[in-house]
Each structure stands twice: as structure tokens, then as C-alpha cells.
Design a protein around this ligand. Structure first.
Ligand SMILES: NC(=O)c1ccc[n+]([C@@H]2O[C@H](COP(=O)([O-])OP(=O)(O)OC[C@H]3O[C@@H](n4cnc5c(N)ncnc54)[C@H](O)[C@@H]3O)[C@@H](O)[C@H]2O)c1
Length: 279
């Protein structure tokens, strides 16, 4: 259902790789709500993914950019403004990658070149994007920028590895830049901390299916899907949330406030019974 929440708004959406991507769902919903936007991803992801289909569906221009490269970001922002006919109103940063996770390096055996890449791609790219946009004066007053995060920034979760450090830095950048951009231009900057979600990046998390089962049992509302995450991002891009900034907003069915639920306890006890009976 469309509420015309983004009617007349313009944006830039990072990170749509394929139909499972959270950014893909956000782009679809933004289009349904009346927005126009450019799409961006790395050259490799554009080649191997299916972003061209999304561009066709939503009538959007795809502009390649490596989110860690300042030249690419400048080109992206300038071309987006040229194509859309002026400054943008919203930006989605939906970008993450860890070579330590990909190459199965444990947190106590990190490759530090990989760690630098993890931080650059998954967190510092957010600062680079904001700094570039500010220097080019590319975001309208009362605009909104959202980056996607995960609760491993606050709590230790088995197997999330150096991405936890990247998410902590990402959330800090949202607060620090949110102050500057808010004071100067009333632009708000928030992170959305999403439930585990079966996407390409999500499948890098160790035993994603087991984790999702656990968080589903722990969360009173159940896991939040990628489509539901898109709905939430749309509200943050809309004019209905103009005084929300510098926040890390949990979109996780209540998981972040739970300690133990009856459903999770029941499953844990069944496992204990099994172990005690030698099963
Ligand atoms: N899937 C989950 O469980 C989950 C949970 C919470 C938060 N998130 C976050 O959501 C965001 C989107 O991930 P997703 O789950 O939709 O997976 P995804 O794999 O579909 O998206 C990740 C995107 O990052 C892009 N990317 C990687 N390196 C890049 C670079 N150098 N420059 C530009 N783009 C680059 C990829 O091409 C891809 O499109 C990420 O920040 C992720 O950490 C995911």
C-alpha cells in the first residue's frame, strides 16, 4: 500500500545487490511512495548482481561507485544531482563486507589488512559519503540519511567477528556527523539496527539459520524481515520523523530488550534434557 510518504523526494540508494538485499526492498518501497533516486554499487556487484532489473523497474539510473573511494563518491553525488535535477532528500547506506569473515579468520586471529578493509568498507565509507555530500552541499535542509547496523555493535555475538567493531564505528559516525549536519542544515542521521536477515551479507554470519531461530524465539514480535526494514527506513526518510537524529534505532521485534524468553528457555531446556539423557 502506498501513502505517498516520499512524494517529490529524491535520493541515493547504496547496496542493492539482488532481490534479497535490504537496499533492494528500500528502493522498491521508496519508488512506491513516490520518490526518485539513483542506485549505486561497486562495478563487480553491478556485473554479478541484478541491479539492472531494479533500475528498470523503478526507472532509476545506476552509477557505479566503490564506497571507499572519494573520487567515486564525488562523481556519484554530482551525477545524482545532475540526473535528479538538484539536491537529494535522502540517502541509504546499506554497505558491508569483511574479508576476515569471508576467509573464516577468527576474531583472535585477524588479518589486519583485512580488518582495515572491513572498517573502511563497512564504516568509514559512511563518513566519506557524509563528508563528500556536505562539501558538495548535496542534501536539502531537513534531509535524512540512514545506515544499516546490527546489535553486535553493543553485545558480543558468537561469530560476528570484526563486523562488530565496524558497526560500533558506524553508529558513532552517525552520532558525530549527526551533530554537525543537524546544527548546520537540520539534516538527520540515524542507524537502523536490523534483525538477522537472509541476504548475501547475512549469510556470511556464522550459522545464520541457528542465529535466526534463536532471535525469532527471543523476540516478542519475531524477527523483522527485509521488507519490514524497508518500511521503517521509508518512515525515516519521510517528513514524519523530522526530529529523530543521532539515534541507533532497533528494528528487531524487541530482541534488543530481551534477556530470556519462555520460547528460547523451552528450547534450551529440551537441549539440556537431551544431553542429560545421553542424547
Ligand atoms: N543481513 C543481515 O543479517 C543484516 C543485519 C543487520 C544489518 N545488516 C546490514 O545491512 C546492510 C546491507 O546488507 P544486506 O544484508 O542487504 O546484504 P547484501 O549483501 O545484499 O548488501 C551488502 C552490499 O554491500 C555492497 N558493498 C560491498 N562492498 C562495497 C563497496 N566497497 N562499495 C560499495 N558497496 C559495497 C555489496 O555489493 C552489497 O550490495 C549491511 O550494512 C549489513 O551489515 C544486515
Amino acid at each position: 500500500m502506498s501513502y505517498n510518504l516520499l512524494k517529490g523526494k529524491k535520493g541515493i540508494i547504496f547496496g542493492a545487490l539482488d532481490e534479497k538485499s535490504i537496499a533492494w526492498k528500500v528502493a522498491r518501497r521508496a519508488w512506491e511512495e513516490g520518490a526518485r533516486f539513483t542506485l549505486t554499487n561497486t562495478e563487480a556487484s553491478i556485473r554479478f548482481g541484478s541491479i539492472a532489473d531494479l533500475a528498470e523497474e523503478t526507472g532509476s539510473l545506476v552509477i557505479p561507485a566503490d564506497a571507499t573511494c572519494l573520487e567515486d563518491l564525488e562523481n556519484l553525488v554530482l551525477k545524482s544531482m545532475e540526473h535528479l535535477g538538484g539536491k537529494v532528500d535522502f540517502i541509504l547506506h546499506s554497505v558491508a563486507m569483511s574479508l576476515n569473515v569471508r576467509k573464516k579468520r577468527d576474531y583472535n586471529d585477524l588479518d589486519y589488512d583485512y580488518l582495515n578493509k572491513t572498517l573502511d568498507i563497512s564504516a568509514i565509507s559512511f563518513h566519506k559519503l557524509l563528508q563528500t555530500a556536505r562539501k558538495l552541499d548535496a542534501i536539502n535542509d531537513w534531509g535524512s540519511v540512514v545506515a544499516l547496523s546490527y546489535i553486535a555493535a553493543q553485545r558480543t555475538l558468537f561469530g560476528y567477528n570484526d563486523m562488530a567493531d565496524a558497526k560500533a564505528l558506524l553508529e558513532s559516525i552517525a552520532r558525530s556527523f549527526g551533530y554537525i549536519y543537524g546544527r548546520e542544515k537540520k539534516i538527520r542521521i540515524n542507524t537502523v539496527s536490523q534483525s538477522p536477515t537472509p541476504t548475501t551479507a547475512g549469510s556470511g554470519i556464522r550459522d545464520l539459520a541457528g542465529l535466526m531461530d534463536f532471535t525469532e524465539r527471543m523476540s516478542p514480535l519475531g524477527n523483522a524481515t527485509a521488507d519490514e526494514c524497508a518500511d521503517y527506513c521509508i518512515t525515516l526518510f519521510s517528513d514524519l520523523t523530522r526530529k529523530v537524529t543521532m539515534q541507533n534505532l532497533y528494528h528487531d521485534g524487541g530482541f534488543s530488550s530481551m534477556g530470556m524468553s519462555a520460547r528460547a528457555m523451552h528450547t534450551y531446556e529440551k537441549g539440556l534434557d537431551c544431553r542429560n539423557s545421553g542424547g
